[in-house]
Design a protein around this ligand. Structure first.
Ligand SMILES: *Cc1c(COP(=O)(O)O)cnc(C)c1O
Length: 373
């Protein structure tokens, strides 16, 4: 699905010297590398503050902790996402309210958000899924109207741009009150271990987020807030500083691979290529096609037998996750997510895909449908 070794080989000298310089300095926690990375990412994103932390899940948790939310308050999020967006809500004693995605973009439906708003709703967590931004202009309008916080989960969208109706562009994660991302190795901006970050334009939230990631402390051994221990290692920051310089190039490489898939797969009606919204750029964290549920698993196995990996993101919607069954969701209320979970398939997508590999993958997709029609 990814080729992190191939990517490393092309920037090996820069990465190796960045790692070595951290070891030589022996400043492993915080320090200049971390501060420089935060500043460089803030400048790339066009946001005032970036606060790094240990992973994307922590970023979401810390973001929620900075807001004045009380146990039982409701947080609306999408039913079609990775579990991290939901577990932090529950861990903080808040109540997740799942809503359906749009069937074409896979992103949270603004209409569904509006319908789910109740007297205890306090926040919305839109997830910019697979590399494309959720419809932030609509979501911002809803949030303003109902006085709700927005925490953007941009773990799959570092570098994605949302395009407002007046043509203004903003980076995913910089439009709500707080944005969160992950530097998990396979993300578009990935490190060589775990990492994450919080973005905000609000000085007060930034200060609080920084304190919370550091045991609720801004002065050693004085704790003004209840915090956690969540920090980015200096070695990871040094690696990320190198990789940030390549991020645009990497996202273009993914987009080129996606265009190749689009062209090849347009020759078969059995596979629907990812929808491209005119309100967002797409950085293809995943290239996720839809096929009919009767063929999805057969296709996946067929590809696997020919050495082609593919993945189902996500096989089980949030409302059907066992751990969260205590929320008593109405299982009939999510037909869109249920349909997506049985029809989506993500194909290999990374910065090192070449034409031969892409051709081989597409040829085998046709072959499956020739054999099974
Ligand atoms: C990866 C991911 C996360 C969590 O990031 P970690 O760094 O793995 O904790 C959260 N939300 C989404 C949508 C993700 O894809």
């Amino acid at each position: 699905m990814v080729d992190l070794k191939g990517q490393y080989d092309r920037i090996k000298t820069e990465i190796d010297s960045a790692i070595q310089s951290v070891i030589d300095s022996s400043v492993f926690i915080r320090g200049a590398e971390v501060i420089s990375f935060e500043e460089e990412l803030a400048s790339y994103l066009g946001i005032k503050h970036v606060i790094s932390c240990a992973n994307g899940t922590d970023a979401l948790q810390v973001a929620l902790m900075t807001l004045d939310l009380n146990p039982g308050d409701e947080v609306i999020t999408t039913d079609f996402t990775f579990i991290a967006s939901v577990e932090v809500i529950v861990l903080l004693g808040l109540k997740p309210v799942f809503v359906e995605p749009e069937p074409d973009t896979f992103n949270i439906s603004p209409e569904a958000i509006e319908k789910a708003i109740g007297p205890r709703t306090r926040a919305i967590i839109p997830v910019h899924l697979f590399g494309q931004s959720a419809d932030m202009e609509e979501i911002l309008k809803i949030a303003r109207k109902h006085r709700l916080y927005i925490i953007e989960d941009a773990a799959q969208a570092t570098g994605t741009e949302y395009i407002f109706s007046d043509g203004t562009r903003k980076k995913a994660g910089t439009m709500g009150d707080i944005g969160c991302t992950s530097f998990f190795p396979s993300k578009n901006l990935g490190c060589y271990g775990d990492g994450g970050a919080i973005f905000t334009g609000d000085d007060r939230l930034a200060k609080l987020a920084r304190s919370i990631t550091n045991h609720g402390s801004t002065r050693k051994y004085y704790h003004d807030d209840i915090g956690v221990n969540s920090r980015l290692d200096a070695i990871q920051a040094a690696i990320l500083r190198v990789k940030l310089r390549y991020l645009n190039e990497y996202n273009i490489a993914r987009r080129n691979a996606a265009s190749f898939y689009d062209r090849q797969l347009s020759q078969t009606e059995k596979v629907i290529s990812p929808f491209r919204s005119n309100k967002s750029t797409h950085i293809f964290h995943q290239y996720t096609v839809k096929t009919d549920p009767g063929n999805r698993d057969g296709l996946k196995n067929f590809l696997e037998e020919r050495g082609i990996p593919s993945m189902v993101y996500y096989p089980v919607p949030m409302h059907r996750q066992k751990a969260y069954s205590f929320l008593n969701p109405d299982n009939d209320a999510f037909p869109v997510t249920d349909a997506l979970c049985s029809s989506v398939l993500s194909l290999p997508m990374h910065t090192e895909l070449n034409i031969d590999q892409l051709k081989y993958i597409c040829d085998n997709i046709y072959k499956y449908f020739e054999d099974n029609s």
